[in-house]
Design a protein around this ligand. Structure first.
Ligand code: ADP
Ligand code: ZN
Ligand code: ZN
Length: 765
């Protein structure tokens, strides 16, 4: 069965779970509340309504405060039932109902219930991910109330001459008399009314405060445009038409495959414009926080409608505010990273997942969901169109497009006349290096600088060098907690393990042979920065990596400098690969591509190809033609050859069949159980008994591979092993897992190992 059909089937399977969502039950003695609680347990908990509150109505999605052992927890009602598997006399009443209407809206509830089944994860944790932090607390209300000031009856009737010695109060009372429905503090401040005057009126019984529900402003759907849209080229027009015309009622997801710079954003903008005209909201997911300000700006420039950002850098209050405005329907456009997927919308109109291939859509800890895959499910639940946009589709999405489960829209040319960049492989074999660069590359850089252009130097490794080695005995600095080398940093000087964050001083002498000849081997961003400064002392060099962007606004300021257009060399990691539009960059250098070609992860070449094309896509995006130089010791490698001489499509034709042969995604389906413990044997034996149990169950066509040690066996002091489960049928895989989980949870060593399950993993390490 196909991946997408199965998503839908699973959604159907989950339906009995949420058939009750529309049912409003008034508490009767038989009403039992089924609640998701923030615990790691994979189950729901039954409670009774409190004895004295028979008139309250309980709806799925409402929050309740319940006793749990000695603690009180905030939980979510997922359904109301009349029978519990536990004897009613043993059920406890909840302490309090926290909401008057569901905090988790009906569709988000369905989405979460789907995820609980599909990811085999604890219900409480799924809902924790779906709620803004503030709402996980019993004292915060999902609805926003504001305080308004009104004149009392006495205040309405009093003769103002009685207040003549307090002109400020007269002024305030006059304003309040004119607005019998009340005014908020903010509006009053705007009218220059001082809080002291209001408090004084309150003291005299002339004014009073009330709490009322905040009315968010709405937007003018008749005229959502602030600037006129660009005239679309043919391909863009076709894509936009397909998205907005909605010919049939079964909405097929769209895969918008457009080469870098082909104007995908313009397609999004015009599809969203249509949506706003219908008074509907748009949700746009982007992979990185770094991209939100830039994307926000483009949307704000285009539309006369509120654009809100949701990402992990917001304060709890800002996040709550954005969530409330989504739910109230006043946020027309919501742009955010992974977790923005859970923002409720009053009038949802479209979902867009930009750079759909990006790995950051998969959460890598706790609730390991894919925001892209869940966005597909959400669009289905909401019955709205969804667009997955990218220049380099994930094999999963391509496969879905090839099978007709997604509608494939293509933009094959750059918009506005810019040309795609040309490629060149710089052969590093036997090349003479000057400051780590070969002569041809130095010449190319010089040439671009002479023409006042910008250069982007991409290297996916921060720090000075990945290895610090003793030249006399071969010792190298490794982490005491991991099977990994420490990265040598110069600014500030220290050794740093990028896997567990362990830090250490730099030794003056080799701890093995006492030699003082310690050498930095290999290159990181700091070293490239130093080398380029040596070679081009007069050129401004801007380094963008995690170390130089820690401070707030640092990244924005650096990007501003780049976009000012002055000639410069930009050095950057992964952070720069995505989505950025650098109009003045004409040369892109990819310093070290070889590590990606030979990694053990079966997706390594796919990810490397995507990375190369994404980084390359930063070159020559406007009038000036772009060029990309790849430095490699393996210039003949078929991945490089197909990308350089053909395109992504050719590369896929080369790489996909291999996946089919091995039954790996997107042709087969996989899940990984990972386990780690302070003693290797405990983790290993735990997984061995998991496999044994799996073979005993032997109920399906799924197969278990392993256990095998993780690539880095020891990390942060723990030994790590893994088992991969695989099947050609997604349903079979999930059946096997469903049978296995309770058995693992009963395992005597369950508490001695840390284990987790990763459905549709994107990294195999
Ligand atoms: P992508 O997201 O596909 O990489 P962008 O949407 O960033 O590409 O577009 C690249 C550039 O092309 C932008 O400067 C954009 O303003 C311009 N552009 C997009 N569509 C058109 C068009 N129809 N006519 C002219 N320029 C366009
Ligand atoms: Zn030594
Ligand atoms: Zn470490």
């Amino acid at each position: 069965m196909s991946a997408y059909k199965l998503l839908l089937l699973l959604y159907d399977l989950a339906k009995p779970f949420h058939f009750v969502v529309s049912l409003i039950l008034t508490a009767s003695p038989q009403t039992i509340l089924r609640v998701a609680l923030p615990t790691p347990l994979r189950r729901f908990f039954d409670y009774l309504p409190p004895k004295d509150a028979s008139l309250q109505s309980y709806e799925p999605g409402m929050r309740v405060l319940v006793p749990f052992g000695k603690r009180s927890l905030v939980g979510i009602i997922t359904e109301t039932v009349s029978h519990s598997t536990i004897d009613n006399s043993k059920l406890k009443p909840i302490k309090r109902l926290l909401d008057t209407e569901p905090t988790i809206t009906r569709n988000i509830l369905s989405l979460c219930l789907w995820a609980i089944q599909y990811y085999h994860h604890s219900p409480g944790d799924v809902f924790q991910n779906a709620l803004p932090l503030a709402l996980r607390n019993e004292d915060t209300n999902a609805l926003e109330f504001v305080t308004t000031w009104q004149a009392t009856t006495k205040g309405q009737l009093i003769c103002l001459t009685q207040l003549s010695r307090a002109p400020k109060q007269v002024e305030a009372l006059n304003v309040l008399r004119d607005h019998p429905n009340g005014l908020t503090q903010t509006v009053l401040s705007g009218l220059n009314i001082k809080p002291t005057a209001l408090t004084a009126l309150k003291g005299k019984g002339l004014a009073n405060t009330h709490k009322q529900l905040n009315d968010y402003p709405s937007w003018a759907k008749e005229s959502p445009l602030k600037e006129s849209p660009l005239p679309l080229n043919n391909e863009q027009q076709q894509a936009t038409d397909s998205i907005i015309k909605k010919v049939n009622c079964v909405l097929t997801p769209f895969l918008l495959e457009g080469v870098t710079g082909s104007g995908k954003t313009e397609v999004y903008l015009q599809a969203i414009e249509q949506c706003l005209r219908e008074g509907k909201q748009a949700l746009i997911l982007v992979p990185e926080i770094g991209l939100t300000p830039q994307t926000m700006h483009r949307f704000q420039q285009r539309f006369n409608a509120p654009v809100l950002a949701i990402h992990s850098n917001l304060t709890a209050n800002q996040r709550l505010n954005a969530w409330r405005q989504g739910k109230a329907g006043s946020a027309a456009i919501i742009i955010g990273t992974r977790s923005a997927l859970f923002t409720p919308m009053l009038n949802p109109g479209i979902i867009i997942v930009d750079e759909e291939h990006d790995l950051s859509y998969k959460q890598q800890d706790g609730f390991r969901y894919s925001a892209r895959d869940m966005a597909i499910v959400r669009a289905k639940i909401e019955n709205i169109p969804i667009v997955l946009g990218t220049a380099t589709p994930s094999f999963e999405s391509l496969h879905n497009a090839h099978n007709g489960r997604y509608q494939h829209l293509k933009l094959t040319r750059r918009a506005g006349g810019a040309k795609l960049p040309t490629f060149q492989i710089a052969d590093l074999r036997k090349a003479k290096l000057n400051n780590g660069l070969c002569e041809t590359l130095i010449d190319s850089i010089e040439h671009e600088l002479k023409h006042d252009n910008q250069i982007l130097f991409f290297i996916n490794r921060r720090g000075y060098s990945p290895v610090l080695m003793c030249h006399d005995c071969g010792w190298n600095a490794s982490c005491v907690m991991c099977d990994a080398r420490m990265t040598y940093h110069r600014q500030p000087a220290h050794l740093h393990c990028h896997h567990c964050d362990f830090q250490n001083r730099i030794p003056h002498h080799c701890p093995e042979c006492n030699s003082s000849d310690l050498r930095a081997i290999g290159q990181g961003t700091e070293r490239i920065d130093e080398n380029l400064s040596n070679l081009f002392p007069k050129t401004r060099i801007i380094r963008i990596d995690r170390d130089t962007t820690r401070k707030k606004q640092a990244l924005e300021n650096q990007l501003k400098q780049v976009n000012s257009g002055h000639p410069c060399i930009l050095i950057g990691t992964q952070m720069l690969a995505k989505g950025h539009h650098f109009p003045h960059v004409t040369l892109v250098v990819i310093a070290d591509i070889d590590s990606g070609l030979f990694a053990s992860d079966f997706r390594a070449t796919e990810h490397t190809a995507q990375l190369i094309l994404q980084v390359a896509g930063r070159a020559g995006r406007e009038e000036k033609k772009g060029k990309v130089v790849l430095q490699s010791h393996n210039p003949e490698h078929p991945v490089l050859q197909s990308l350089v001489h053909q395109n992504y499509n050719t590369f896929c034709q080369y790489a996909m069949p291999e996946r089919k042969l091995t039954g790996l995604p997107p042709f087969g389906h996989i899940a990984i159980f990972r386990a780690e413990a302070t003693h290797a044997n405990i983790a290993l034996q735990f997984l061995e008994s998991l496999v044994e149990q799996f073979n005993l169950n032997n109920t399906s066509s799924a197969e278990a591979w392993g256990p095998v040690p993780a690539l880095m066996l020891r990390k942060a002091g723990r030994f790590r092993y893994q088992v991969m489960l695989r099947s050609n049928e997604r349903a079979a895989l999930h059946q096997a897992i469903t049978a296995l989980i309770p058995q693992i949870e009963m395992h005597p060593n369950n508490r001695k190992v840390r284990w987790h399950l990763d459905i549709d993993p994107v990294h195999i390490d």
